[in-house]
Write a protein that binds this ligand. Structure first.
Ligand SMILES: [Zn+2]
Length: 78
């Protein structure tokens, strides 16, 4: 799998490769795409970006969406 999901860059200090898995909050926009908010480990700026949800997070996110029942999951998901 391509590692395309981990390419966030801090616009404040230019820190690269912010870890999506250490997000402060995540708003699922649609299947596999989310609005991530992270705190930059270098300058503590809040960084918000729309990113593909990494496969590692996908199960967790789907679980959370199901629990919230907030219409965030795919209608066809089980
Ligand atoms: Zn930064």
């Amino acid at each position: 799998m391509a590692d395309y999901g981990k390419m966030m860059v801090c616009p404040a200090c230019g820190m690269r490769d912010l870890d999506l898995q250490s997000y402060a909050s995540l708003l699922v926009l649609r299947s596999h795409v989310g609005l991530f908010t992270l705190e930059c480990p270098s300058c503590q700026a809040k960084v918000t970006s729309i990113q593909a949800i990494p496969t590692e997070l996908d199960a967790t996110v789907s679980e959370a969406a199901k629990k919230l029942n907030a219409g965030m999951g795919c209608p066809r998901s089980h």
